[in-house]
Design a protein around this ligand. Structure first.
Ligand code: GLN
Length: 591
């Protein structure tokens, strides 16, 4: 489908547009996520349990709405419009998050919170949830659409796209995670918002390179009037109205309203209802709307999605229990220049101006390089539009990439770390491992040893389980000695986990666009993310095993904390290993 003139270095230009849009989107998403739990616990003083509940409800909803965003794009909007609308909502949401309000006060155990600021907070989260719902599944399907059905380059297109995701996540942790915990929460959240704004502008500029592959299936129907309003406007309007129940739900979770009993709440019941509805739709669809071959493909896809659910349940501990664990029980001295507080809260020392200076001495390079790569692409694309044989694009793009790597390493090696910013380790290993795995699969392929997709997915689960081993060791030793354990154990855990993610996630994204019946591909992409929605919720529930009740201003009881984290991490280990064995046994049938 794509003409040579629309490619840059063998990749359709539209893929780069998606790459950079998603890079910025994930920058804002993960930047905010790196801070969210700590913000709830340390700023609004919700405590571990409610903090995890809000994180779980947010994560659940944010990966749930893509089903609707995908469906609306498939049937009415087309992906391009959905991405722009989602981007706008995201910019608004991240801007709203920058209003942090005043820190909660605790007097005789009674917590007083800034309820006004919290109202903004719930609405902002709702905007982000809705925005991701429209943007994330659709930007991913556009990548698939830019390749012809049997184009062998599709998998590598998705590997590239996945690198974009993690490049965004990497810079996000370093910039937003760091800023939020040192200068102040609103700086971290605000930086996330600026990132998303740049992403949106870049997409608006680059949409010409999608060449109609992301348009509405029926533009006529968009203009049709329903209830007196054009359908397109009605969709946008309804989405805005939909923000109200989402914000209320988050409010209810944070204030423990509508708790039906024990750990069962309205939010969880709703999520389970959605899951049942999607499963019912899915069964109906494969029973009545598929040819026999399509049916087999869709069943295989659903099995892959089920494995993803387990994988991300383990993976999402990284933004929950791993963050609090790092904050409480690990040294942060990945680099010698570190300013380190004891257990509990990590703050940079010094006045506001000194902290600001520290940041600008160290991190403008990250910011600069984040701007550099998309700019290099924009110029390169224009140059090659005029002269497809020009050597200038490769020089520009290559130069920008090299500078980016140098700048990034400089920041990683010199910037002090916090529990929030250390989430960068995950993204870093993904990016480092991506070429290793591409090479490995290629090498195995030549020898006819390349494992099938189901086997790769099982390996993903196995690695996810094993990643908890170093953390069990860390929790044990910190608990026993009362001293902080080494942060390098966290780095090792991330390395193993990300090897797992490489086996499962990019492979899965590509499989969705390949195995799904074409008319419902965005919806299946939504379902792929829906699996993560449940993972997020489950992860938060499991995370509560290690929830601590730390009275304000008091230090962590290391022995108690160590014991609880060991319990949680051991359970995760066995879930991962157990499910990997089951999946491996099923693999031959799925193939
Ligand atoms: N890290 C990936 C992303 O942000 C994985 C998301 C998922 O499927 N849970 O896109």
């Amino acid at each position: 489908r794509t003409k040579v003139a629309d490619e840059l270095f063998g990749v359709p230009k539209g893929v780069y547009v998606c790459f950079f849009t998603e890079m910025w989107e994930r920058f804002s998403f993960y930047g905010m996520k790196a801070l969210l739990l700590l913000f709830l616990i340390q700023h609004h003083k919700f405590g571990d349990k409610i903090g995890l509940d809000v994180l779980g409800a947010y994560g659940g909803l944010v990966y749930c709405i893509p089903v609707i965003g995908g469906l609306l794009a498939d049937r009415y909007l087309g992906m391009r419009r959905a991405v722009i609308f989602g981007g706008l909502l995201l910019v608004l949401g991240h801007a709203g998050m920058a209003i942090e309000g005043s820190e909660a006060t605790v007097v005789n155990g009674v917590v007083t919170r800034d309820e006004g600021a919290l109202r903004f907070f719930y609405v902002s989260l709702a905007l982000i949830i809705m925005g991701v719902g429209f943007l994330k599944p659709n930007i991913s399907t556009i990548v698939g659409k830019l390749y012809a059905d049997n184009d062998p380059r599709r998998d590598s297109g998705f590997s590239l796209f996945y690198a974009g995701i993690n490049l965004g996540a990497l810079f996000a942790s370093i910039i937003c995670g760091y800023l939020g915990q040192t200068l102040g929460w609103s700086y971290g959240f605000g930086a996330a918002g600026i990132g998303m704004l740049l992403g949106l502008l870049q997409f608006l500029w680059g949409q010409k390179y999608l060449h109609g592959h992301a348009e509405s299936p029926n533009t006529q129907s968009l203009r049709e009037r329903v209830l007196g309003i054009p359908r397109e406007a009605l969709i946008y309007l309804t989405s805005f109205i939909g923000l109200v129940p989402i914000a209320l739900l988050l409010y209810a979770v944070a204030n423990q309203r509508f708790a039906i009993g024990g750990e069962i709440s309205l939010a969880k019941v709703l999520m389970i209802a959605v899951m049942v509805a999607v499963l019912a739709w899915y069964l109906w669809f494969i029973a009545t709307r598929c040819t026999p071959v399509q049916r087999q493909q869709m069943i295989a896809l659903m099995a892959l999605i089920a494995m993803t659910l387990v994988f991300f349940t383990l993976y999402e501990q990284t933004y929950g229990s791993w963050v609090t664990f790092t904050d409480r029980m690990l040294t942060k001295d990945l680099v010698p220049s570190l300013v380190q507080a004891g257990t509990g809260e990590i703050r940079m020392t010094g006045s506001f101006m000194e902290q600001l200076t520290t940041f600008f001495v160290h991190a403008p390079w990250s910011i600069a390089s984040l701007l550099l790569a998309p700019l290099a692409f924009m110029v390169s694309a224009q140059v090659s539009d005029r002269n497809p044989h020009s050597k200038l694009p490769i020089m520009l793009f290559g130069g920008a990439s090299v500078l980016m790597i140098v700048f990034l390493l400089r920041d990683v090696l010199t910037l002090p770390q916090t529990a929030g910013s250390l989430t960068f380790l995950g993204a870093l290993f993904i990016i480092l491992l991506a070429p290793v795995f591409t090479g490995l699969w290629g090498w195995l392929d030549k020898r006819n040893l390349n494992p099938s997709k189901p086997v790769k997915a099982s390996l993903g689960l196995l690695f996810a389980g094993l990643s908890f081993v170093p953390l069990i060791y860390a929790a044990n030793s910190a608990g026993a000695s009362g001293e902080l354990a080494s942060v390098w154990l966290l780095a090792l855990a991330y390395l193993i986990l990300e090897a797992g993610e490489m086996c499962l996630s990019p492979v899965g994204l590509s499989a969705v666009t390949q195995l799904s019946v074409p008319t419902v591909v965005s919806l299946m992409m939504g379902t792929w993310f829906l699996a993560t929605a449940f993972s997020e919720m489950l992860a938060a529930q499991f995370g509560k095993i290690a929830a601590l009740d730390i009275p304000d201003g008091q230090a962590v009881n290391m022995a108690e904390a160590g014991y609880k984290y060991v319990e949680l991490f051991t359970l995760m280990l066995w879930i991962g290993v157990g499910c990997a064995i089951v999946a491996l046994l099923l693999a031959p049938a799925l193939r």
